[in-house]
Design a protein around this ligand. Structure first.
Ligand SMILES: [Zn+2]
Length: 506
C-alpha cells in the first residue's frame, strides 16, 4: 500500500507543495529516496531510520521507496525529514491524519527530536495557497509559521508528539496576531542618530531627500568627514515597514537562516554594509547552493558600499541590473531563481586616491591623471542610476569646536520622510510603484509637470551644465521629492533649484 504525506520545497523565496509517497515492498531491507533530491535530502534516509527506531516505532523490514513528487523540482535541505517519517509511520499502521490538507515540515535528529529549519514562512504560505489548512512544524519555527493567516499551526518537539497528537495528547496551537506584533515591535530605537552628527547640513538634507524618495545616493568626501556615520544614521530616518514588506523581508531572512529565534517577523528595514573584498556571490547571490546575496538581504532597506571605487568593476557592473529591475536572477544549471532586491544604494568614496582633494586643511598629493583614473572606475551607466551625488567636506578643527554639539534628532527627520512617502504612496496607488525614484520616463511626464517659468529655468540649467536626457529626468524626480517633503502639490522653482545642487559630478 502506498501512503502519502504533504510537505513543501523552497524555490527562491517562494515554495512548491510536495507529495511524499512511501511504498514498502517485500525485498531486502533498504531505503531509497527518489524525485530529484540533493545530498541533504538523500541523507534523510539515515536520520529518518534512526529517528523512527529511537522513538519506539518499528521501521519496515522490506524495501522502502520514498518518492518526492513532482519529480522535476529539485529538493534541497532537511525540511522533508518529518513528512518522510510520517509517511513511513502511516505505512506501519500508526494513525496520523490522512487528510491531504495537513502538511509536515521539519528536520529530524537521530533520537527523533524535531529540529528547526530555514524557510518556514515561504513554505507555509505556499502550502496555504495550495489548499493546506493545517501544518506541523518544529516548535522553534511555530511562531514564524503562524504569521500566515488562515493556517492552523502546531509546533512539535519530537516525532512522538505528532503520533500522540492524533492519538490522545493534542499539541497546543500556536497563534500570532501579526498586526499587533508589528505594531509592538516597530523598533524606533536606533544605535546611530543624526543628532550625534555635527554640522554637514547639506549632506543631511540630501540623505533626507534620498530617504523620502527612495533615491540612490553617492557621498564623496575625505576620510573623517563622517560619510560612514551618516550612512549608518540613514536607517533611523526610513519609514517603518508595511505589513506586506515585513512579510516579504521575513521570507528572505528565513530562507537565509538569518531570522533570530525570538523574532519571527522582521520589523526593521535592513541596513547592510558591504566590504569591497566580499565575493560576487556574497553580494549578488548565487553559489552552488544558491543563497540570497547582500543586495537581497538589503531589500526594502539600505545597501551601503563604502569606498565604492575599490569594488571590482565586474561586481559594480552586475549591480546595474538589480538596481534597474528591483530583482536579481540567479542562473543555475537547470533553472534560474529570482530574488527581490529593491534597495537604496548608498555609496561613499574619497574624492581622489590620497583622499584630500578639496580639503581645507590637508593638501592633495595626486596628479590630475591619478584623479581621473580613480574616478573613472565608476562607469557612466552605474552613475546614471544614482540620483544624488554630494560632496561631504571634512569639518575643520575650528568648525568642529564651534558647531553646537546636538543637531536635529532622527525622529524629527523621520516624521517628514514618512509624510512625504505617504503622499507618494497615495499618488502612485494605481501605478504599482511607491516612490519617486521608481518613476519611468513616461510617468515623469505625467507627475513632474513644471510651470513655464520653472521649465525655462531648468532648460537654461540643462544647457549650462550639459545635462543628458537621463540626468534631466533625475533632476525632475529629485525635484518631485523635494516638493513632496515640503508638502507642495506642484514642483516649483525653489524645488528644482535645490535638486540641481545634487547633480555634482564626480
Ligand atoms: Zn589626492
Amino acid at each position: 500500500m502506498v501512503t502519502k504525506a504533504i510537505t513543501a520545497a523552497n524555490i527562491g523565496i517562494n515554495s512548491c507543495k510536495i507529495e511524499v509517497e512511501v511504498d514498502v515492498t517485500n525485498s531486502l531491507p533498504s531505503m531509497n529516496i527518489v524525485g530529484l533530491p540533493d545530498s541533504a535530502v538523500t541523507e534523510a534516509r539515515e536520520r529518518v531510520h534512526s529517528a523512527i527506531k529511537n522513538s519506539g516505532f518499528t521501521f519496515p523490514t522490506g524495501k522502502v521507496i520514498v518518492n518526492l513528487a513532482p519529480a522535476d523540482i529539485r529538493k534541497e535541505g532537511t525540511n522533508f525529514d518529518l513528512a518522510i517519517a510520517v509517511g513511513i509511520l502511516k505505512e506501519q499502521g500508526v494513525e496520523i491524519s490522512d487528510d491531504m490538507t495537513t502538511a509536515f515540515i521539519g528536520e529530524l535528529s537521530l533520537d527523533g527530536t524535531i529540529r528547526k529549519v530555514n524557510g518556514v514562512l515561504p513554505l507555509v504560505s505556499g502550502l496555504k495557497n495550495n489548499g493546506v489548512t493545517t501544518v506541523f512544524v518544529p516548535l522553534e519555527n511555530a511562531k514564524e509559521a503562524a504569521l500566515v493567516e488562515g493556517v492552523v499551526v502546531y509546533g512539535a518537539k519530537h516525532l512522538c508528539d505528532i503520533a500522540n497528537h492524533f492519538a490522545d495528547t493534542k499539541l497546543e496551537r500556536t497563534v500570532v496576531d501579526i498586526n499587533k506584533y508589528l505594531e509592538e515591535n516597530a523598533n524606533t530605537d536606533y544605535t546611530f542618530d543624526f543628532k550625534d552628527v555635527k554640522g554637514q547640513q547639506k549632506a543631511k538634507k540630501a540623505l533626507e531627500i534620498a530617504a523620502a524618495g527612495g533615491h540612490n545616493i553617492l557621498m564623496s568626501g575625505s576620510p573623517g568627514s563622517g560619510k560612514t556615520l551618516m550612512a549608518k544614521c540613514l536607517a533611523s530616518i526610513l519609514p517603518p515597514l508595511e505589513l506586506q514588506e515585513a512579510l516579504e523581508l521575513t521570507k528572505i531572512y528565513s530562507i537565509s537562516g538569518l531570522l533570530q529565534d525570538d523574532k519571527p517577523l522582521m520589523t526593521k528595514r535592513p541596513y547592510r554594509a558591504v566590504h569591497h573584498t566580499a565575493s560576487q556571490n556574497g553580494i549578488i547571490g548565487g553559489g552552488s547552493n544558491p543563497k540570497p546575496g547582500e543586495i537581497t538581504l538589503a531589500h526594502r532597506g539600505v545597501l551601503f558600499l563604502d569606498e565604492m571605487v575599490e569594488f571590482p568593476r565586474q561586481v559594480l557592473e552586475v549591480l546595474r541590473q538589480p538596481l534597474e529591475d528591483g530583482e536579481v536572477v540567479i542562473s543555475r544549471a537547470k533553472n534560474s531563481i529570482k530574488y527581490p532586491s529593491k534597495f537604496m544604494l548608498v555609496g561613499a568614496m574619497n574624492p581622489c586616491p590620497c583622499g584630500f582633494l578639496g580639503d581645507k586643511e590637508k593638501n592633495c598629493t595626486c596628479s590630475d591623471f591619478q584623479i581621473q583614473r580613480y574616478r573613472s572606475k565608476l562607469s557612466g551607466p552605474l552613475l546614471d542610476r544614482i540620483d544624488i551625488v554630494i560632496n561631504v567636506p571634512r569639518l575643520t578643527t575650528d568648525e568642529l569646536i564651534n558647531t553646537k554639539s546636538e543637531s536635529e534628532p532622527s525622529s524629527k527627520i523621520r516624521e517628514r520622510v514618512v509624510r512625504a512617502r505617504k503622499i507618494q504612496a497615495k499618488r502612485y496607488a494605481e501605478e504599482g510603484i511607491f516612490t519617486n525614484s521608481e518613476l519611468s520616463s513616461k510617468q515623469i511626464k505625467k507627475y513632474c509637470k513644471l510651470d513655464e517659468k520653472t521649465s525655462d529655468f531648468l532648460k537654461i540649467a540643462a544647457q549650462k551644465y550639459q545635462l543628458s536626457g537621463r540626468k534631466f529626468d533625475r533632476i525632475l524626480k529629485l525635484a518631485r521629492t523635494v516638493a513632496d517633503l515640503s508638502g507642495a502639490e506642484n514642483i516649483m522653482l525653489e524645488h528644482v533649484t535645490l535638486a540641481l545642487q545634487y547633480k555634482t559630478e564626480i
